[in-house]
Design a protein around this ligand. Structure first.
Ligand code: ADP
Length: 623
């Protein structure tokens, strides 16, 4: 997937827009919150540690001041001013016992004589600094020392002893044990890594939770030292004497050269800030993930239906209506778009189907027209052939009729003028009959070729049928053919040429009789019927002549009415052709139905109000 794909992709654009809208303010707010919270926590932690350092230093300072004040009160008492060992000893022992912090006490006279010493090991005080300072009227305080036996840090303080008039009588000096106060000072509730210690100006530990370090280790080389004693603004975090990065603060203990340092490992000190940061990042990550998921969901909700619609449009363009049929059950604008698309697809499909149906219809009409055209062309060719054949045949018939008539006349004259012997009588009659038969055939042919003018009269169809049946009666009886007759009682008369119609009916009846074998059946029925014509339906009389003969072979049916078509050895093939031309001249039609092996039915349909049809020359078909 390349860059162009992403930029051209609607889903990607929608997602990008949504993420930008959703995450940009969130990102700005998150960054601001993170920065502010981090600063707040750092300040808070820093203030806290600074306060702790100042509080502890103040506590220590106050305690030292109290000790100095105590000693000044003792030094100002009349008991010490008496410089009487007997009085001083119980007094000071009482004081030591009461205060618990003075591990030793010494009272020295102005001359340097020890008046009272709580420890027997006390050496000559005259060379000691505290003695000199005190006699000079200055209160004295020593540096801190460490007593490994007592496991206690200590320092000395001394102050001059004066009598009631204010004259200096000597000095009192006390060793102050610091366990009580330092245990309070060093005890910290600053996480697990918070610690507090005391250093002098050189950086040597004066108090530490680990007694081994006291007066033995020095922090002068560490960043802690620089931070405590440098002139500039102290750093918040630095590497301490252990080599660990810490957050630290220090405070001077007033009246001493000591500094109190409070430190806490940076990781722990800023743990809260780090946790807050992690929470903020987690929340930001979850929000971003959520926003992305929502963006994807939204874009999917919007873009996916559009993609489907575009695919469906492709299918529609290809005419695949089934695949273009898509549905979306939504009430929003996209749902409305789908409904409109579905509606359009359905209308297109309907139109397409209608067009296809029309094409099919046109095709079948075209095919039908083609078939009809072919049939008409064939019919035209056949009628042309028949016409030329007819012209040739009638020419031949005319040519034959003249000599035949001469021959007949000659034979008749021979018969009347010459007596024919009995031996030749039969031959003569055969010759005569053959000549007559030839003459009859020629006449029939000429009648067909040039039919007689029909002479129209009103005809009773029942009479026509009965007369025809009378003619074929003897032959039917001879071959035992049963004739069934069914003539409607209310048949009206028809207009027509009686002689021609009778001849036509007889022709069909004779054919039927010839078709049925011995014992077969012949039926004749007449009733009113409707004949469909170009001008509409015409009422006619329908005469059905049925037989139980062998039927007509299917391939012969189209040629039945052609002149000279015959399947009989002695047939002329003119009968049906004359029948049709006669019925058509009466405005009617001949139909045939035949089932091979079952029989044939010829139907003659003759309109009631038939008019004589005119021939091509404007006269009746005969001239
Ligand atoms: P012809 O009788 O001289 O043969 P037609 O024109 O009357 O001439 O008949 C033509 C042909 O039609 C017949 O040769 C015969 O094959 C067939 N035909 C006519 N009527 C029938 C019928 N009822 N049953 C079977 N075939 C028939």
């Amino acid at each position: 997937m390349n860059k162009k794909f992403f930029l051209g992709n609607l889903q990607f654009k929608v997602m990008l827009l949504f993420v930008a809208i959703a995450l940009a303010p969130l990102g700005v707010m998150g960054a601001f919150a993170l920065k502010t919270a981090e600063e707040l926590i750092i300040n808070m932690v820093r203030n806290q540690i600074e306060h702790v350092a100042v509080d502890k230093a103040t506590l220590l300072e106050r305690w030292i001041s109290e000790r100095k004040a105590d000693l000044e009160v003792i030094a100002g008492s009349s008991i010490l001013g008496s410089m009487d060992r007997q009085q001083i000893m119980p007094f000071l022992e009482l004081v030591r016992d009461r205060y618990k912090v003075y591990s030793e006490a010494i009272v020295v006279s102005q001359e340097g004589n020890i008046v009272y010493a709580s420890s027997p090991k006390t050496s000559d005080p005259r060379m000691k600094e505290w003695f000199k300072d005190s006699l000079a009227g200055k209160p004295y305080m020593s540096d801190i020392g460490f007593d490994p036996e007592q496991k206690e840090s200590f320092f000395w303080i001394s102050t001059p002893v004066s009598d009631g008039s204010g004259a200096v009588k000597g000095t009192v000096c006390a060793k102050v044990g610091t366990n009580v106060i330092l245990s309070m000072v060093l005890r910290l509730s600053l996480g697990e890594t918070g610690e507090c210690y005391l250093v002098n100006r050189e950086g040597t530990f004066l108090a530490h939770k680990d007694p081994k370090r006291i007066l033995t280790e020095n922090i002068a080389q560490s960043e802690s030292f620089k931070n405590i004693f440098s002139a500039g603004e102290p750093r918040i975090t630095y590497i301490d004497y252990r080599g660990i990065e810490v957050l630290g603060a220090s405070a001077r203990v007033g009246g001493t050269g000591w500094s109190l340092v409070v430190e806490q490992d940076k990781d722990e000190a800023f743990g809260g800030a780090a946790r807050l940061k992690a929470y903020i990042f987690l929340v930001a990550g979850l929000s971003a993930g959520g926003a992305l998921f929502l963006a994807w969901l939204l874009s999917h909700y919007v873009v996916n239906p559009i993609r489907r619609l575009s695919l469906a449009a492709d299918f529609l363009a290809r005419g695949e209506f089934d695949r273009a049929n898509i549905k979306l059950n939504r009430a929003d604008e996209i749902g409305v778009l789908y409904d409109a698309f579905g509606d359009m697809a359905r209308k297109l499909q309907d139109r397409q189907q209608k067009l296809e149906q029309r094409v099919v219809l046109k095709e079948s009409e075209l095919e039908e027209t083609g078939v009809k055209l072919k049939e008409s062309q064939q019919a035209a060719v056949r009628s042309q052939q028949l016409a030329s054949l007819g012209r040739l045949a009638s020419g031949v018939a005319h040519e034959i009729r003249t000599p035949l008539t001469s021959l007949k006349l000659f034979l008749e004259s021979v018969e009347s003028e010459i007596a024919i012997s009995a031996d030749y009588e039969e031959d003569f009659q055969v010759a005569m009959n053959q000549i007559k038969r030839m003459e009859a055939t020629i006449n029939r042919f000429l009648d067909f070729a040039r039919p007689q003018d029909p002479i129209f009269s009103l005809i009773e169809v029942r009479e026509l049928i009965e007369e025809s049946l009378l003619v074929i009666g003897p032959k039917a009886r001879k071959q035992e053919t049963i004739i069934q007759k069914s003539i409607s009682s209310a048949l009206p008369k028809i207009k027509g040429d009686r002689k021609q119609l009778a001849e036509a009916l007889l022709n069909v009846l004779v054919n039927a009789l010839e078709a049925v074998a011995k014992g077969g059946k012949l039926s004749i029925a007449a009733d009113l019927a409707e004949l469909p014509t170009a001008a509409g339906l015409r009422t006619c009389i329908r005469i059905d002549i049925g037989d139980t003969g062998p039927g007509i072979m299917e391939e012969n049916v189209p040629r039945l009415f052609d002149p000279f078509f015959t399947t009989k050895a002695t047939g002329a093939g003119l009968g049906l052709s004359i029948v049709r031309s006669t019925i058509q001249r009466h405005g009617g039609e001949v139909m045939v139905q035949s089932i091979a092996g079952e029989g044939t039915t010829f139907s003659l349909l003759i309109p009631l109000d038939a008019e004589p049809m005119l021939g091509e020359d404007g006269k009746n078909t005969d001239s």
